[in-house]
Design a protein around this ligand. Sequence first.
Ligand code: RP5
Length: 182
Amino acid sequence: MKRKTNCEGGNMQQISVAIIMGSISDEKKMKDCKDVLDEFGVPCEYTVASAHRTPEKTRNFVRSRETNGCKVFICGAGAAAHLAGAVAAITTKPVIGVPLSGSSSTGINGLDALFSTVQMPSGIPVATVALDGAKNAAHLAIEILAIGDEDLHHKLEKARAIMAQKVSDADAELHEKWGKGK
Ligand code: RP5
């Protein structure tokens, strides 16, 4: 069956963000990233492509999306997570790396992925978010896109205001529960 993408059906949408995950076993964690992009109305494309198992597919995907106007790449991988670094080597667009935990049997709980993603040598940067920080990868991508997009900028401001309101509400609730001023 032919895979449907956001670019099909004659309804050509500008795809600004591409999500790449190293394995289908990363899907559950990386879905958070797509969900945040969807909330902000940012269309994305996504693929499973591995830096070591399918290097050609990874290169072709990055090159073709770059040609089609993709502005930010988000890469999620676990274990010796070189995917984000490998993608950063192919493109000069910003690359956000999401180190993923839970894929190693060594009991080091994602430290391998964290160091592999964050410790890029000078000149080929990967903006690394927290371990399993797929949501923040999306937020950061949106902030990058919002530099040149006033609507997106307003959406971000609104989202921040909602977050702040939730903290104020929680504070009021706490004081109600514990007794004001005591
Ligand atoms: C990485 O190795 C993937 O990103 C995944 O997190 C990890 C394990 O992959 P599988 O063996 O589950 O395919 O390349």
